[in-house]
Design a protein around this ligand. Structure first.
Ligand code: PLP
Length: 244
């Protein structure tokens, strides 16, 4: 069983690697500008272990209830854990214990909570600002919809808050291609808009170079737009057994 699963994951990883390489070549970008993060949500710790054996170093989860025990089981592996889901402040203490990077920072209350728990855990937490591109025309920075994210005009204030917070490091921006609004169904345009937001951010925070965009279905568009990190679940692990 394990051998079968290992072979399946190896083949899937190779296919994804070929897709990323081809997208980089097409965009005239060096392959090493793009880092693959494998989204292991809903899959067991045994899969995370196999992925680590196959050379994966970055993994992502979106629910603390699932991620915390998995990270504990895999604590001996050389992995960086990314948290990519909507994060409630009552889960922050747990997440701060294992996450290297929280990609879903979208409100100042969360910055305060993350800072407090990072200091308590004596860890430095990388933070990406999750940008909601379906909120482009909103009149104020706000959390929108179920998927979270701050409207583009809310990014500068949130960036300053993270940069000033103890225990936190501002690493960049993240988005999920929007299902509604002007960018619905227009992944390339959405990711190009995220790149603009990243360029503006780097004018005041030059170290915030990470741009996390693109999933199994749209990683090519993300690489074309300039993403530095793609988050791939299904194309590596298979179609998820339940919603995650
Ligand atoms: C699940 C998830 C992914 C991966 O999606 P796939 O379509 O399975 O590749 C990427 N980013 C976030 C935020 C996710 O929740």
């Amino acid at each position: 069983m394990t051998d079968d699963r290992r072979a399946e994951l190896a083949a899937n990883l190779e296919r994804v690697e070929n897709r990323i390489s081809a997208a980089c070549a097409k965009a005239g970008r060096p392959r090493d500008e793009v880092t693959l993060i494998v989204v292991t949500k809903t899959y067991p710790a045994s899969d995370v272990r196999l992925l680590a054996e196959l050379g994966v170093r970055q993994v992502a989860e979106n629910r603390d209830q699932d991620a915390a025990p998995k990270a504990a089981e895999c604590a001996d592996l050389p992995l960086t854990w990314h948290f990519v889901g909507q994060l409630q402040t009552n889960k922050v203490r747990s997440v701060a214990g294992y996450a290297g990077i929280v990609q879903s920072v979208d409100r100042s209350r969360l910055v305060t909570a993350l800072s407090k728990e990072a200091v308590r855990a004596e860890r430095e937490l990388g933070c990406l600002i999750q940008v909601a591109l379906d909120a482009e025309s909103g009149d104020a920075a706000r959390v929108t919809g179920e998927r979270g994210g701050v409207a583009p005009q809310g990014v500068p204030a949130l960036a300053d808050a993270i940069a000033e917070a103890q225990g936190l490091r501002l690493d960049g921006v993240m988005t999920v291609a929007p299902l509604a609004g002007p960018y619905a169904g227009r992944q390339l345009a959405a990711f190009e808009r995220l790149m603009e937001i990243s360029t503006d951010l780097r004018a005041t925070h030059p170290a915030a170079t990470m741009v996390s965009a693109g999933m199994s279905a749209d990683l090519e568009e993300a690489v074309a737009a300039g993403a530095t990190h793609v988050r791939v679940g299904t194309a590596v692990l298979g179609v998820r057994p339940r919603l995650g």
